[in-house]
Ligand binder design. Structure first.
Ligand code: HEM
Ligand SMILES: *[C@@H]1O[C@H](CO)[C@@H](O)[C@H](O)[C@H]1NC(C)=O
Ligand SMILES: *[C@@H]1O[C@H](CO)[C@@H](O)[C@H](O)[C@H]1NC(C)=O
Length: 343
Protein backbone atom coordinates (compact mmCIF):
# COMPACT_ATOMS: atom_id res chain seq x y z
CA UNK A 1 0.00 0.00 0.00
CA UNK A 2 2.71 2.45 1.07
CA UNK A 3 4.74 1.29 -1.92
CA UNK A 4 1.82 1.84 -4.30
CA UNK A 5 1.18 5.38 -3.14
CA UNK A 6 4.90 6.06 -3.45
CA UNK A 7 4.69 5.05 -7.08
CA UNK A 8 1.50 7.06 -7.47
CA UNK A 9 3.24 10.13 -6.12
CA UNK A 10 6.17 9.70 -8.49
CA UNK A 11 3.75 9.33 -11.40
CA UNK A 12 1.86 12.43 -10.27
CA UNK A 13 5.08 14.41 -9.98
CA UNK A 14 6.08 13.24 -13.46
CA UNK A 15 2.74 14.35 -14.88
CA UNK A 16 3.08 17.70 -13.15
CA UNK A 17 6.58 18.03 -14.63
CA UNK A 18 5.39 17.15 -18.12
CA UNK A 19 2.44 19.54 -17.79
CA UNK A 20 4.81 22.28 -16.69
CA UNK A 21 6.98 21.60 -19.71
CA UNK A 22 4.08 21.83 -22.11
CA UNK A 23 2.63 24.95 -20.44
CA UNK A 24 6.01 26.60 -20.92
CA UNK A 25 5.89 25.37 -24.55
CA UNK A 26 9.01 23.29 -24.12
CA UNK A 27 9.80 20.42 -26.41
CA UNK A 28 13.40 19.44 -25.74
CA UNK A 29 15.41 19.40 -22.48
CA UNK A 30 17.83 21.79 -24.08
CA UNK A 31 17.30 25.56 -24.13
CA UNK A 32 18.80 26.12 -27.59
CA UNK A 33 16.99 23.19 -29.21
CA UNK A 34 13.78 24.46 -27.67
CA UNK A 35 14.21 27.94 -29.12
CA UNK A 36 14.84 26.49 -32.57
CA UNK A 37 11.79 24.25 -32.36
CA UNK A 38 9.60 27.18 -31.37
CA UNK A 39 10.77 29.32 -34.29
CA UNK A 40 10.33 26.49 -36.79
CA UNK A 41 6.84 25.77 -35.49
CA UNK A 42 5.85 29.45 -35.80
CA UNK A 43 7.35 29.73 -39.27
CA UNK A 44 5.44 26.67 -40.54
CA UNK A 45 2.20 27.94 -39.02
CA UNK A 46 2.65 31.20 -40.94
CA UNK A 47 3.81 29.57 -44.16
CA UNK A 48 3.33 25.80 -44.47
CA UNK A 49 5.66 25.62 -47.49
CA UNK A 50 8.65 26.74 -45.44
CA UNK A 51 8.89 23.33 -43.72
CA UNK A 52 9.88 21.61 -46.97
CA UNK A 53 12.39 24.37 -47.68
CA UNK A 54 14.06 23.76 -44.30
CA UNK A 55 14.35 20.01 -44.96
CA UNK A 56 15.90 20.67 -48.38
CA UNK A 57 18.31 23.20 -46.87
CA UNK A 58 19.97 20.43 -44.84
CA UNK A 59 20.68 18.47 -48.02
CA UNK A 60 21.95 21.49 -49.94
CA UNK A 61 24.21 22.68 -47.13
CA UNK A 62 25.66 19.35 -46.07
CA UNK A 63 26.18 17.97 -49.62
CA UNK A 64 28.48 20.83 -50.57
CA UNK A 65 31.63 20.78 -48.41
CA UNK A 66 29.83 19.16 -45.47
CA UNK A 67 27.49 20.82 -42.95
CA UNK A 68 29.20 24.21 -42.71
CA UNK A 69 26.50 26.83 -43.26
CA UNK A 70 28.08 27.67 -46.65
CA UNK A 71 24.65 27.73 -48.31
CA UNK A 72 23.65 30.74 -46.18
CA UNK A 73 26.38 33.15 -47.26
CA UNK A 74 25.40 36.18 -49.35
CA UNK A 75 29.04 37.03 -50.14
CA UNK A 76 32.58 35.87 -49.50
CA UNK A 77 36.01 37.45 -50.03
CA UNK A 78 36.89 34.85 -52.69
CA UNK A 79 33.63 34.53 -54.67
CA UNK A 80 31.99 37.90 -54.09
CA UNK A 81 28.24 37.58 -54.59
CA UNK A 82 28.65 34.34 -56.56
CA UNK A 83 27.89 32.15 -53.57
CA UNK A 84 25.96 28.88 -53.45
CA UNK A 85 22.68 30.81 -53.45
CA UNK A 86 23.41 31.69 -57.09
CA UNK A 87 23.83 28.06 -58.17
CA UNK A 88 21.40 26.86 -60.84
CA UNK A 89 20.87 23.70 -58.78
CA UNK A 90 19.75 25.81 -55.82
CA UNK A 91 16.69 27.08 -57.70
CA UNK A 92 13.84 27.71 -55.27
CA UNK A 93 16.01 27.33 -52.17
CA UNK A 94 14.30 29.07 -49.26
CA UNK A 95 14.16 29.27 -45.47
CA UNK A 96 16.99 31.81 -45.05
CA UNK A 97 14.73 34.24 -43.17
CA UNK A 98 13.79 31.56 -40.65
CA UNK A 99 17.47 30.76 -40.09
CA UNK A 100 18.14 34.49 -39.48
CA UNK A 101 15.26 34.65 -36.98
CA UNK A 102 16.59 31.60 -35.13
CA UNK A 103 20.13 33.03 -35.12
CA UNK A 104 18.75 36.15 -33.48
CA UNK A 105 17.04 34.08 -30.76
CA UNK A 106 20.24 32.14 -29.96
CA UNK A 107 22.73 34.96 -30.48
CA UNK A 108 24.15 34.61 -26.98
CA UNK A 109 24.33 30.82 -27.06
CA UNK A 110 27.39 30.28 -29.32
CA UNK A 111 25.43 28.26 -31.89
CA UNK A 112 26.87 27.93 -35.39
CA UNK A 113 24.72 28.58 -38.44
CA UNK A 114 25.54 25.03 -39.57
CA UNK A 115 23.99 23.71 -36.33
CA UNK A 116 20.92 25.90 -36.84
CA UNK A 117 20.31 24.45 -40.33
CA UNK A 118 20.37 20.84 -39.15
CA UNK A 119 18.31 21.57 -36.03
CA UNK A 120 15.69 23.47 -38.04
CA UNK A 121 15.55 20.74 -40.71
CA UNK A 122 15.12 18.12 -38.01
CA UNK A 123 12.24 20.03 -36.42
CA UNK A 124 10.57 20.65 -39.78
CA UNK A 125 10.75 16.91 -40.57
CA UNK A 126 9.27 16.11 -37.18
CA UNK A 127 6.43 18.62 -37.50
CA UNK A 128 5.56 17.70 -41.12
CA UNK A 129 5.51 13.99 -40.25
CA UNK A 130 3.19 14.53 -37.29
CA UNK A 131 5.98 13.56 -34.89
CA UNK A 132 6.76 10.26 -36.63
CA UNK A 133 10.22 11.26 -37.81
CA UNK A 134 12.55 12.16 -34.94
CA UNK A 135 16.28 11.91 -34.46
CA UNK A 136 18.89 13.37 -32.12
CA UNK A 137 21.30 16.11 -33.23
CA UNK A 138 24.56 16.80 -31.44
CA UNK A 139 25.69 20.41 -31.74
CA UNK A 140 29.25 21.58 -32.29
CA UNK A 141 29.43 22.11 -36.06
CA UNK A 142 31.38 25.15 -37.18
CA UNK A 143 30.73 27.52 -40.06
CA UNK A 144 32.89 27.62 -43.18
CA UNK A 145 34.23 30.77 -44.82
CA UNK A 146 33.78 29.70 -48.45
CA UNK A 147 30.71 29.44 -50.68
CA UNK A 148 30.82 29.04 -54.45
CA UNK A 149 27.97 28.74 -56.96
CA UNK A 150 30.12 26.69 -59.33
CA UNK A 151 31.07 24.30 -56.57
CA UNK A 152 27.42 23.79 -55.55
CA UNK A 153 26.50 23.08 -59.17
CA UNK A 154 29.26 20.48 -59.36
CA UNK A 155 28.27 18.85 -56.06
CA UNK A 156 24.48 18.70 -56.18
CA UNK A 157 22.60 16.09 -58.22
CA UNK A 158 20.17 17.35 -60.86
CA UNK A 159 16.70 16.16 -61.75
CA UNK A 160 17.84 14.82 -65.15
CA UNK A 161 20.39 12.41 -63.61
CA UNK A 162 20.13 8.75 -64.52
CA UNK A 163 20.51 6.07 -61.87
CA UNK A 164 24.29 5.60 -62.19
CA UNK A 165 24.86 9.33 -61.86
CA UNK A 166 22.76 9.42 -58.69
CA UNK A 167 24.50 6.39 -57.25
CA UNK A 168 27.95 7.86 -57.97
CA UNK A 169 26.97 11.25 -56.58
CA UNK A 170 25.67 9.74 -53.34
CA UNK A 171 28.73 7.53 -52.86
CA UNK A 172 31.34 10.11 -53.79
CA UNK A 173 34.03 11.82 -51.72
CA UNK A 174 33.23 12.42 -48.07
CA UNK A 175 29.56 11.42 -48.48
CA UNK A 176 29.46 7.65 -48.77
CA UNK A 177 25.68 7.24 -49.02
CA UNK A 178 24.37 3.86 -50.15
CA UNK A 179 21.73 3.07 -52.78
CA UNK A 180 19.34 2.33 -49.93
CA UNK A 181 19.99 5.78 -48.45
CA UNK A 182 19.50 7.35 -51.88
CA UNK A 183 16.08 5.73 -52.08
CA UNK A 184 15.27 6.64 -48.46
CA UNK A 185 16.20 10.31 -48.82
CA UNK A 186 14.44 10.70 -52.16
CA UNK A 187 11.24 10.21 -50.16
CA UNK A 188 11.70 13.86 -49.07
CA UNK A 189 10.04 14.64 -52.40
CA UNK A 190 6.73 13.80 -50.73
CA UNK A 191 6.73 17.45 -49.64
CA UNK A 192 7.34 20.84 -51.21
CA UNK A 193 7.24 22.21 -54.71
CA UNK A 194 9.25 22.28 -57.92
CA UNK A 195 9.63 24.73 -60.78
CA UNK A 196 8.52 23.77 -64.27
CA UNK A 197 12.13 24.00 -65.45
CA UNK A 198 12.98 21.10 -63.14
CA UNK A 199 10.54 18.67 -64.82
CA UNK A 200 9.82 20.19 -68.26
CA UNK A 201 12.06 17.51 -69.82
CA UNK A 202 9.44 14.97 -68.76
CA UNK A 203 6.61 16.71 -70.60
CA UNK A 204 8.21 16.66 -74.04
CA UNK A 205 8.32 13.91 -76.63
CA UNK A 206 11.96 13.31 -75.66
CA UNK A 207 10.75 11.35 -72.62
CA UNK A 208 9.28 7.96 -73.54
CA UNK A 209 5.72 7.34 -72.31
CA UNK A 210 6.70 4.49 -69.98
CA UNK A 211 8.75 6.88 -67.80
CA UNK A 212 5.82 9.04 -66.76
CA UNK A 213 2.16 8.10 -66.45
CA UNK A 214 0.28 9.55 -69.43
CA UNK A 215 -2.66 10.98 -67.40
CA UNK A 216 -0.29 12.60 -64.94
CA UNK A 217 1.77 14.00 -67.78
CA UNK A 218 -1.31 15.40 -69.48
CA UNK A 219 -2.45 17.06 -66.24
CA UNK A 220 0.98 18.64 -65.74
CA UNK A 221 1.17 19.67 -69.36
CA UNK A 222 -2.23 21.36 -69.08
CA UNK A 223 -1.51 23.30 -65.86
CA UNK A 224 2.11 24.15 -66.66
CA UNK A 225 2.76 23.87 -70.40
CA UNK A 226 6.53 23.79 -71.10
CA UNK A 227 5.99 26.64 -73.59
CA UNK A 228 5.70 28.97 -70.57
CA UNK A 229 9.45 28.72 -70.13
CA UNK A 230 9.99 30.42 -73.48
CA UNK A 231 7.84 33.30 -72.24
CA UNK A 232 10.13 33.67 -69.24
CA UNK A 233 7.67 32.05 -66.81
CA UNK A 234 8.69 29.24 -64.47
CA UNK A 235 5.69 28.36 -62.26
CA UNK A 236 5.78 25.80 -59.46
CA UNK A 237 3.65 22.74 -58.76
CA UNK A 238 3.57 20.43 -55.73
CA UNK A 239 6.24 17.71 -55.82
CA UNK A 240 3.58 15.27 -54.66
CA UNK A 241 0.48 14.67 -56.78
CA UNK A 242 -1.25 14.04 -53.44
CA UNK A 243 -0.91 17.78 -52.76
CA UNK A 244 -2.56 18.76 -56.06
CA UNK A 245 -6.15 20.02 -56.40
CA UNK A 246 -8.97 17.55 -56.78
CA UNK A 247 -9.46 18.63 -60.40
CA UNK A 248 -5.80 17.93 -61.14
CA UNK A 249 -5.96 14.56 -59.40
CA UNK A 250 -9.00 13.55 -61.43
CA UNK A 251 -7.24 14.45 -64.65
CA UNK A 252 -4.14 12.59 -63.47
CA UNK A 253 -6.30 9.59 -62.48
CA UNK A 254 -4.86 9.78 -58.99
CA UNK A 255 -7.02 8.61 -56.13
CA UNK A 256 -4.89 8.65 -52.97
CA UNK A 257 -7.35 6.69 -50.83
CA UNK A 258 -7.75 3.94 -53.43
CA UNK A 259 -3.93 3.70 -53.58
CA UNK A 260 -3.56 3.44 -49.81
CA UNK A 261 -2.11 6.94 -49.50
CA UNK A 262 -3.09 9.30 -46.67
CA UNK A 263 -4.80 12.14 -48.56
CA UNK A 264 -3.80 14.82 -46.02
CA UNK A 265 -1.81 17.42 -47.91
CA UNK A 266 1.67 18.48 -46.88
CA UNK A 267 2.55 15.41 -44.84
CA UNK A 268 6.08 14.01 -44.95
CA UNK A 269 5.42 10.30 -45.41
CA UNK A 270 5.96 7.30 -47.69
CA UNK A 271 3.43 8.43 -50.33
CA UNK A 272 6.41 9.15 -52.61
CA UNK A 273 6.95 5.39 -52.99
CA UNK A 274 3.34 4.74 -53.96
CA UNK A 275 3.58 7.52 -56.54
CA UNK A 276 6.96 6.50 -57.94
CA UNK A 277 5.80 2.94 -58.51
CA UNK A 278 2.87 4.36 -60.53
CA UNK A 279 5.17 6.71 -62.52
CA UNK A 280 3.40 9.70 -60.96
CA UNK A 281 6.48 11.61 -59.82
CA UNK A 282 7.92 14.82 -61.23
CA UNK A 283 11.60 14.22 -61.77
CA UNK A 284 13.47 11.84 -63.99
CA UNK A 285 15.77 11.35 -60.95
CA UNK A 286 12.75 10.02 -59.05
CA UNK A 287 11.60 7.68 -61.81
CA UNK A 288 15.07 6.23 -62.50
CA UNK A 289 15.08 4.58 -59.08
CA UNK A 290 12.87 2.00 -60.80
CA UNK A 291 15.63 1.15 -63.28
CA UNK A 292 17.93 -0.49 -60.74
CA UNK A 293 17.09 -3.82 -59.12
CA UNK A 294 18.18 -2.92 -55.60
CA UNK A 295 16.60 0.54 -55.65
CA UNK A 296 13.36 -0.80 -57.11
CA UNK A 297 13.19 -3.40 -54.34
CA UNK A 298 13.56 -0.62 -51.77
CA UNK A 299 10.79 1.41 -53.41
CA UNK A 300 8.42 -1.49 -52.87
CA UNK A 301 9.64 -2.05 -49.32
CA UNK A 302 9.12 1.58 -48.32
CA UNK A 303 5.74 1.72 -50.05
CA UNK A 304 4.58 -1.27 -48.03
CA UNK A 305 6.25 -0.43 -44.70
CA UNK A 306 5.61 3.19 -43.73
CA UNK A 307 7.06 2.78 -40.22
CA UNK A 308 10.26 1.38 -41.62
CA UNK A 309 10.58 4.38 -43.92
CA UNK A 310 10.04 6.81 -41.02
CA UNK A 311 12.82 5.10 -39.09
CA UNK A 312 15.26 4.81 -42.00
CA UNK A 313 14.57 8.37 -43.14
CA UNK A 314 15.33 9.66 -39.64
CA UNK A 315 18.61 7.70 -39.59
CA UNK A 316 19.62 8.93 -43.05
CA UNK A 317 18.82 12.54 -42.11
CA UNK A 318 20.92 12.14 -38.96
CA UNK A 319 23.81 10.85 -41.12
CA UNK A 320 23.35 13.70 -43.60
CA UNK A 321 23.31 16.21 -40.73
CA UNK A 322 26.63 14.82 -39.46
CA UNK A 323 28.69 15.21 -42.66
CA UNK A 324 31.80 17.02 -41.40
CA UNK A 325 32.77 20.46 -42.70
CA UNK A 326 35.50 20.02 -45.32
CA UNK A 327 37.01 23.51 -45.23
CA UNK A 328 39.58 25.29 -43.06
CA UNK A 329 39.33 28.47 -40.93
CA UNK A 330 36.03 27.41 -39.42
CA UNK A 331 34.20 29.72 -37.01
CA UNK A 332 30.88 30.37 -35.27
CA UNK A 333 29.43 33.09 -37.50
CA UNK A 334 27.87 36.14 -35.86
CA UNK A 335 25.57 36.68 -38.86
CA UNK A 336 24.69 33.64 -40.97
CA UNK A 337 24.94 35.66 -44.21
CA UNK A 338 28.54 36.85 -43.89
CA UNK A 339 31.80 35.46 -42.50
CA UNK A 340 33.05 37.10 -39.32
CA UNK A 341 35.79 39.15 -40.96
CA UNK A 342 33.19 40.78 -43.24
CA UNK A 343 30.75 41.31 -40.38
C1 HEM B 1 18.42 12.36 -55.22
C2 HEM B 1 18.79 13.48 -55.79
C3 HEM B 1 17.92 14.71 -55.71
C4 HEM B 1 17.61 15.49 -56.77
C5 HEM B 1 18.05 15.31 -58.21
C6 HEM B 1 16.74 16.54 -56.27
C7 HEM B 1 16.21 17.54 -57.04
C8 HEM B 1 15.26 18.44 -56.61
C9 HEM B 1 14.66 19.45 -57.43
C10 HEM B 1 14.99 19.70 -58.89
C11 HEM B 1 13.75 20.11 -56.67
C12 HEM B 1 12.84 21.26 -57.12
C13 HEM B 1 13.58 22.57 -57.14
C14 HEM B 1 12.75 23.62 -57.83
O1 HEM B 1 12.48 23.46 -59.02
O2 HEM B 1 12.36 24.61 -57.16
C15 HEM B 1 13.78 19.52 -55.36
C16 HEM B 1 12.97 19.92 -54.32
C17 HEM B 1 13.07 19.39 -53.06
N1 HEM B 1 14.00 18.46 -52.63
FE1 HEM B 1 15.23 17.39 -53.78
N2 HEM B 1 16.56 16.36 -54.94
C18 HEM B 1 17.27 15.27 -54.55
C19 HEM B 1 17.40 14.79 -53.26
C20 HEM B 1 16.82 15.38 -52.17
C21 HEM B 1 17.13 15.05 -50.80
C22 HEM B 1 18.18 14.06 -50.37
C23 HEM B 1 16.33 15.83 -50.02
C24 HEM B 1 16.21 15.95 -48.52
C25 HEM B 1 16.76 15.24 -47.66
C26 HEM B 1 15.50 16.61 -50.89
C27 HEM B 1 14.51 17.45 -50.48
C28 HEM B 1 13.78 18.25 -51.31
C29 HEM B 1 12.65 19.03 -50.85
C30 HEM B 1 12.06 19.04 -49.44
C31 HEM B 1 12.21 19.77 -51.95
C32 HEM B 1 11.06 20.81 -51.97
C33 HEM B 1 11.63 22.14 -51.52
C34 HEM B 1 10.63 23.25 -51.35
O3 HEM B 1 9.43 23.07 -51.57
O4 HEM B 1 11.06 24.35 -50.97
N3 HEM B 1 15.85 16.34 -52.18
N4 HEM B 1 14.72 18.51 -55.34
C1 LIG C 1 31.69 27.94 -29.31
O1 LIG C 1 31.40 26.70 -29.87
C2 LIG C 1 32.47 26.13 -30.59
C3 LIG C 1 31.95 24.88 -31.28
O2 LIG C 1 31.35 24.03 -30.38
C4 LIG C 1 33.65 25.89 -29.67
O3 LIG C 1 34.73 25.38 -30.40
C5 LIG C 1 34.04 27.20 -29.00
O4 LIG C 1 35.04 26.94 -28.07
C6 LIG C 1 32.85 27.84 -28.34
N1 LIG C 1 33.20 29.16 -27.86
C7 LIG C 1 32.81 29.62 -26.68
C8 LIG C 1 33.19 31.02 -26.37
O5 LIG C 1 32.14 28.95 -25.90
C1 LIG D 1 0.87 19.28 -74.11
O1 LIG D 1 -0.05 20.34 -74.34
C2 LIG D 1 0.06 20.91 -75.62
C3 LIG D 1 -0.91 22.08 -75.68
O2 LIG D 1 -0.72 22.91 -74.58
C4 LIG D 1 -0.24 19.84 -76.69
O3 LIG D 1 -0.05 20.39 -77.98
C5 LIG D 1 0.70 18.65 -76.48
O4 LIG D 1 0.36 17.60 -77.34
C6 LIG D 1 0.62 18.15 -75.06
N1 LIG D 1 1.61 17.09 -74.86
C7 LIG D 1 1.42 16.06 -74.06
C8 LIG D 1 2.53 15.08 -73.94
O5 LIG D 1 0.40 15.93 -73.37
Amino acid sequence: MAKLSGTAIIVLVMFAFLAEQSVAGRYYDDKVEDKVRKEVKNAIEKNPGIGAALVRLVFHDCWVNGCDGSVLLDKTPTDGLNTEKKAVNNIGLDGFGVIDDIKDKVKNDNVSCADIIVLAGRDAASILSGGKITYPITRGRLDGVGSSAAEADRALPTSDFDFDQLKTNFDSGFRKFTVEELVVLSGAHSIGVAHLSSYADRLTAATPDFQIDSSYRAALNATTPPALLKQGQDPTVPNNVRDETQAFQQKAEYDPVAMGVNPTKGVLDNSYYHNTLENKVLFKSDWVLRTDGEAAGKLVEYRDKPEEWNKDFAAAMAKLSSLPAQGKNLEVRKNCRVINNQY
